[in-house]
Design a protein around this ligand. Structure first.
Ligand code: HEC
Length: 446
């Protein structure tokens, strides 16, 4: 609590970030990067085979890249910034200290990307003669490279949160950026982006392009990229999994909320659908069944959601591994907090001294500072909504549980604070448990 805090008390703070981030990942990977690669490839093939219709289709796709990237893509990109800054200011503060110039560079790349995209689309019709067409294709290639660069930069930041590596000791930018999962996660994301684009664009082509030969031509290009990207995604994904910490690896299934067998069946099935789809795309591009296109579309969106949720969850209890906990507290401050008190060290806490009168309110501040990163009192995620989940717990049980919570559930950071703060937190939780469960009883009796 070195900053004021916001509390999305029903959705949960994590869910707010997740919703924006998942949409952004689908667009930044699938549309901005993946679809740019596919579009230039289509344009190139149209040029080589002198196919006007294919050229027109590529232009139409470029228009949608332009529209989507500069609206939903940009809004969710900024949205991630605003939501994480407001919800996780301590973590963003730390990351800014390390990655300031990386972010500046990424911003320059994004602006370049948008400018190239505008040039690419608006010169399409004017630059049709062979000399100019070549130049036009180079712009498309440049666009793909710059879009990829934004990913290459941001992946350094994201990967460092899970595996900061030597940075923990050296505090060097380069150690943080080229951290142990940087290359595998960048490679994985790169080919995943192309696969996602194939799935997204082919569904729209399947739905809206009636000309069978045009459909066939474009699916041939997609088949080529699919044949490269599918095995690459798989191999790089394994490398990625192999590079993450053991504790994180062991949390993957838990993170999805599924049982081990459901997890295997669902993911196996999704992979199978993708495989069948890819083979179909290559073997008989004219006759891809619409149901298969829709199934693979759903499976891919589901996978991206799962990937984001898992990637965020397995980092727990940390937000920057071995350094900062998910609630913004530094691992190294534990003793200090236990001695001096959490509230005394929390800039924005109003209650510094705990008395009988302010006990519940002080407990609320401890809860806000240490628990709402993952919990609500009464929200939609019933497992995380402590009001209902803890029905029947009394203050004594809470006081016994909280100091050991990080050993019982390893996703949780240790509680930090004095004996009085523990009492206050327990008193606050107890009052909320009673409130929530009484409300429930009242409404049941009505
Ligand atoms: C980094 C995320 C995170 C933070 C921060 C966090 N928790 Fe948790 N907590 C969890 C998870 C995950 C579970 C398990 C939910 C489940 O069963 O799926 C959990 C479960 C619990 C449970 C239920 C225990 C049980 O065994 O049934 C209690 C009580 C609890 N947390 C209290 C707290 C309190 C109090 C704080 C703040 C001092 C806190 N948690 C902070 C993630 C967190």
């Amino acid at each position: 609590m070195n900053f004021p805090s916001v509390d999305y008390s029903w959705l949960g703070n994590g869910t707010v970030i997740a919703m924006i981030a998942i949409v952004h990942v689908i667009i930044s990977h699938g549309v901005a990067i993946g679809t740019s690669v596919l579009t230039v490839s289509l344009e190139h093939r149209a040029f080589k085979t002198n196919n006007q219709k294919l050229d027109g289709l590529a232009k139409n796709i470029a228009k949608w890249i332009l529209i989507i990237t500069t609206t939903v893509g940009a809004m969710t990109g900024v949205g991630i910034w605003f939501s994480t800054t407001v919800i996780q200011p301590d973590s963003i503060g730390s990351l800014l200290r390390i990655f300031f110039w990386a972010w500046v560079t990424e911003w320059v790349c994004f602006i370049t990307e948008v400018i190239l995209l505008i040039i690419y689309y608006y010169t399409w019709d004017r630059w049709q003669d062979p000399e100019k067409k070549r130049k036009h294709i180079y712009i498309g290639v440049g666009l793909s490279i710059v879009s990829w660069l934004t990913m290459a930069i941001i992946t350094g930041v994201l990967a460092a949160k899970l595996t900061p590596g030597k940075w923990i000791e050296t505090f060097s930018f380069w150690n943080a950026f080229f951290n142990p999962t940087y290359l595998p996660s960048l490679g994985f994301r790169m080919f995943l982006a192309i696969l996602l684009a194939i799935v997204l664009v082919s569904l729209f082509i399947r739905l809206f392009v009636k000309d069978l030969s045009l459909r066939e031509e474009s699916f041939k290009v997609f088949g080529f990229w699919g044949a490269i990207s599918l095995p690459m995604t798989f191999v790089l994904g394994l490398w990625y999994l192999w590079s993450i910490p053991d504790q994180a690896y062991n949390m993957i299934v838990l993170a999805t909320g599924m049982t081990e067998s459901t997890f295997k069946i669902i993911n196996g099935l999704a992979l199978l659908i993708l495989l069948v789809f890819s083979v179909w795309l290559i073997r008989s591009p004219k006759k891809v069944p619409i149901i298969l296109s829709i199934a693979v579309f759903g499976a891919s969106i589901g996978f991206i959601g799962e990937f984001e949720v898992v990637r965020e969850y397995i980092r727990k209890p940390f937000i920057i591994y071995d350094y900062m906990y998910a609630n913004g507290l530094l691992a190294q401050d534990r003793e200090k907090m236990n001695e001096e008190g959490f509230l005394a060290n929390a800039t924005w806490a109003k209650e510094k001294e705990i008395t009988e009168e302010n006990k519940v309110e002080a407990g609320r501040e401890v809860f806000v500072g240490q628990c709402i990163a993952c919990h609500t009192i009464d929200g939609w995620r019933t497992k995380r909504a402590l009001g209902k989940r803890l029905a029947g717990w009394d203050e004594e049980a809470l006081k016994n549980y909280i100091p050991t919570m990080h050993t019982v559930r390893v996703a949780m950071p240790p509680f930090m604070g004095t004996e009085e703060e523990l009492d206050a937190l327990a008193a606050y939780l107890k009052s909320e448990i009673d409130r929530v469960n009484n409300e429930k009883e009242v409404s049941q009796n009505e």
